[in-house]
Design a protein around this ligand. Structure first.
Ligand code: ADP
Ligand code: ASP
Ligand code: MG
Length: 402
């Protein structure tokens, strides 16, 4: 007995039958004597459909109005699930982000949770109610609606678990756990029994969308016991927790991220301060820079290449072209058709052969590498997008089927 936060993603609540399936999961936990807070996402493709509707009317819409629109999806699901539970005879109440109140910063469409008032939640729980909260949404300090970025309902759930000091946060989805790679791409991907916060954070940040990366960040920070499991099958999932007794494996997962683009600033003067000027510009406009490569200076000039999220490439190019004279660069080039493929594993820090093994897999598959980046627990390569799935399969095969 305790307090459990359960989160159900879009495909788990897609229709009436699935909503009743979720209701079953919720009442199981409630009947076992737990206090239950449920977080739900918008049904099926609702969020994508809303985005499409907005673009039909005005592709240059403001982020504020987009958030007013996007928050509707989750509001539909909370009411429907509450009605299902009412039908089954359970005491229940649904709450939107502002009713909770889930306070965020002002960054529309990618807001961060700042704090959560738990008073209302607590009083509903004290009245023995099942509390259903709309995922992915909050309010800023002007009481305007914000959303947390795609996939953000996971973050709502973990933030609630942290704020309420829950005993467990269960993320129910359409796969039965976290796998060594996306099981929809690689059929023989293996399910992990458990994974450390740091490894899961890297996987999520590098493209494994099974968990929103900020949810993992929060879970680590507040030591929330997190489990990813199936909405449909009653089997054990994957536990995300502090290292210690996690399975010993050199590499834990392979991911790919197609939301990347490469920018090359060609022929910059080979003098001190140019990298500073360049990346300071990107920082000033809040553009995340990832893999960076600088060529050796030749005849007084050098090239600097780096990656940015693909949805920011136009903005980055505009800024750089405006500053091309200050940068003393000859040309700004870019490529959109690239993909970042990564391996993640805490064990690789002390094992020098891991990167070579990844490159061997790529060589055997005859896939060319454009850029490489490494950290203590990951190796990423930038390759042509058309080769991404083949690369993931080849690398996965090398590490997990040999
Ligand atoms: P939800 O709507 O429940 O939030 P998501 O689509 O956001 O579900 O996340 C689940 C999906 O994540 C799975 O269907 C799977 O295709 C994908 N995925 C990507 N990488 C992995 C991985 N390493 N392990 C499990 N699932 C993964
Ligand atoms: N409905 C939102 C999305 O599709 C949030 C979520 O599903 O977590 O991104
Ligand atoms: Mg998700």
């Amino acid at each position: 007995m305790g307090l459990i936060v359960q989160k159900f993603g879009g495909s788990s609540v897609a229709d009436a039958e699935k909503i009743f399936n979720v209701a079953g999961r919720v009442t199981d936990a409630y009947n076992a004597g737990n206090q239950v807070v449920v977080v739900v996402s918008a049904q099926g493709d609702t969020t994508d459909d809303l985005i499409e509707k907005a673009n039909e009317i005005n592709p240059n819409h403001s982020k504020r109005e987009m958030d007013v629109l996007l928050s509707v999806g989750e509001q539909i699901t909370i009411s429907l699930l509450a009605m299902a539970l009412e039908k089954l005879g359970y005491p229940v109440i649904s709450l939107t982000g502002w009713q909770v109140a889930m306070h965020t910063d002002r960054n529309n469409m990618n807001a961060r949770i700042k704090h959560i008032d738990t008073q209302r939640l607590q009083s509903e729980l004290d009245q023995k109610k099942i509390v259903i909260v709309a995922g992915f949404q909050g309010i800023n300090r002007y009481n305007d609606i914000t959303t947390l970025g795609r996939g953000g309902s996971d973050t709502t759930a973990v933030a609630l678990a942290a704020a309420l000091n829950a005993d467990l946060c269960e993320i129910y989805t359409d796969v039965d756990g976290v796998y060594t790679t996306d099981p929809r791409i690689v059929k023989n991907a293996k399910k992990l029994k458990d994974i450390s916060y740091d490894e899961m954070l890297e996987l999520a940040s590098l493209g494994a969308n099974v968990l929103h990366n900020r949810s993992v960040e929060l879970a680590k920070k507040y030591n929330v016991a997190l489990e990813v499991k199936s909405s449909f099958e009653k089997i054990e999932g994957t536990k995300v927790r502090e290292v210690g007794n996690v399975e010993k494996m050199l590499v834990r997962g392979v991911t790919r991220d197609n939301n990347v683009a490469r920018i090359s600033v060609v022929g910059i003067n080979d003098t001190p301060g140019k990298a500073y000027m360049l990346f300071n510009l990107m920082a000033k406009y809040n553009i995340n820079v990832d893999v960076i490569l600088q060529s050796i200076g030749r005849e007084g000039t050098k090239d600097i290449s780096f990656t940015v999220p693909r949805d920011h490439v136009e903005e980055a190019l505009q800024i750089l072209n405006e500053q091309i004279e200050n940068l003393e660069a000859k040309e700004i080039k870019h490529a959109d058709n690239v993909s970042k493929v990564s391996i993640v594993g805490a064990g690789m820090a002390s094992n020098p052969g891991v990167a070579a093994k990844m490159f061997e897999a790529l060589y055997e598959a005859q896939i060319n590498i454009h850029m490489i980046a490494t950290s203590e627990i990951k190796v990423s390569v930038l390759i042509d997008e058309k080769n991404a799935e083949k690369a993931v399969a080849a690398i996965h095969d090398k590490f997990f089927n040999n």
